[in-house]
Design a protein around this ligand. Sequence first.
Ligand SMILES: Cc1cc2nc3c(=O)[nH]c(=O)nc-3n(C[C@H](O)[C@H](O)[C@H](O)COP(=O)(O)OP(=O)(O)OC[C@H]3O[C@@H](n4cnc5c(N)ncnc54)[C@H](O)[C@@H]3O)c2cc1C
Length: 332
Amino acid sequence: MCPFTGILRPVTERVPSPPTQTQSAANGQIEVKRIGHEGAVKLVDLMGGSARHEVRVHDHGFVALVDVMPRMVPEGQTADQAVVQAARVSYGIGTRQVSEDRGLVRYLMRHRHTTPFEMVEFKFHCAMPIFVARQWIRHRTANVNEYSGRYSVMPDRFYRPGVKSVREQSSNNRQGGEAPAPESSALEFLAYLDRAEDLYEEYQRLIEKGISRELARIGLPQSLYTEWYWKCDLHNTLRFLALRADAHAQSEIRAYAMAMWSLIEPIAPHSMEAFRDYEMEAVRLTRLEVAAMRERRDEIDTTNKREQAEWHAKRAALGLDREQAGEADVSG
Ligand SMILES: Cc1cc2nc3c(=O)[nH]c(=O)nc-3n(C[C@H](O)[C@H](O)[C@H](O)COP(=O)(O)OP(=O)(O)OC[C@H]3O[C@@H](n4cnc5c(N)ncnc54)[C@H](O)[C@@H]3O)c2cc1C
């Protein structure tokens, strides 16, 4: 709809073809500057002309990058260009060298100047078991549209770990598991999943009998796959990755986070490099830990066992403890 007349107009009327470099609308209010046309700057598609870059995850899952903003960038650049453009609050292409852009991206990441990273957006199509979706949906800053089990019959797809991937309860992490469980327990667990999957036949039978889809589905297990479109800006995608690509995340969701990482790394390489350097593989010290380091003490000034264990995990990561400390339960 034309904002000035309130009349619906075809797109071709608003942006006449062939395009001109600079064009003023009839009412003089809109100036269309066409940058990147007529050989001035060649724009390239960051997805290489493809509609979908997909990574398979687990037995039936996937993460597929289906769109990105910015999608068209000057040749030789990446989506990092949108981050530096926002940081410089500049218009048009800019004249800085890519190496300077990298330095700026790294500065922004180090100093948690986060809003420029919100200028890049990703849209993913993902399929995951419901128990993974429940963790994933807690990341509230994304826009999500999920498959409806009220509207459609849920497909017959279930997550099953391999025997060697069945984990025992961790001894030092109340929220975690440790692979592998003894084979007999693993087989018992998989038999339990078989019985849960058998409920799918009941689900189908009850739907055929006339029970509503919205109720029939509630007896299905959490291993059932669902799918959604998930759109999120780079800053909040990094928040997702910081938690879900971390070693303390449940391995099933971690596999999705790693797939997502591999898809966006070529799209915004400087941002992802800076994220790895200053967030994922950085070690953040508390005041107590800084004091212990300054005073060359091995222990921090607290009786809290969990905090002590976390400190020793950090010392191990820093190469300060000769004997590697066991992984601390920092999952909360
Ligand atoms: C290992 C692990 C264990 C967990 N265990 C549990 C558990 O036992 N129980 C449980 O309930 N959850 C648990 N969670 C989920 C966790 O508490 C978070 O809810 C989840 O990770 C989403 O994180 P987030 O809030 O940072 O993400 P997002 O929702 O994406 O938020 C990102 C940031 O945006 C801002 N933000 C988002 N929404 C708002 C808002 N409405 N108002 C103001 N600011 C906002 C906040 O600054 C937030 O940090 C666990 C997560 C992990 C990684």
